[in-house]
Design a protein around this ligand. Structure first.
Ligand code: FES
Length: 103
């Protein structure tokens, strides 16, 4: 993850998947790493339940599992250079909204 946008060329009618989990090695695009992130969260939840720190209906469990991040799918409407968010804080994902300037 970097705290500034990625300037990339996107091609008309091509589909893209912008990485939201920040673990992709192909930033700003998805490489499937979010599945490992989800497994990690699931394992943490199971471990906490196993040692009775939380129950399966606990609010903490809901908070942890809500952290699942999936890629944002989008299609380019024209050949263009765009700034895709690198900080993962944009209010207009996958595009940079300037939120990185507040970090
Ligand atoms: S890089 Fe600009 S809002 Fe994320």
């Amino acid at each position: 993850m970097k705290n500034k946008p990625h300037l990339v060329k996107i091609e008309k009618d091509k589909n893209y998947a912008w990485c939201e989990c920040a673990e992709s090695k192909n930033q700003p695009f998805c490489d499937g790493s979010h599945t490992k992130v989800k497994e990690k969260y699931d394992n943490i939840v199971e471990a906490l339940i196993d040692i009775n720190l939380i129950s399966s209906s606990d609010e903490l469990k809901k908070l942890i599992t809500q952290n699942d991040k999936n890629p944002v799918l989008f299609k380019a409407e024209k050949d263009i250079e765009v700034n895709l968010c690198g900080c993962k804080q944009s209010e207009n994902a996958p595009y940079c909204s300037g939120a990185h300037l507040k970090l």
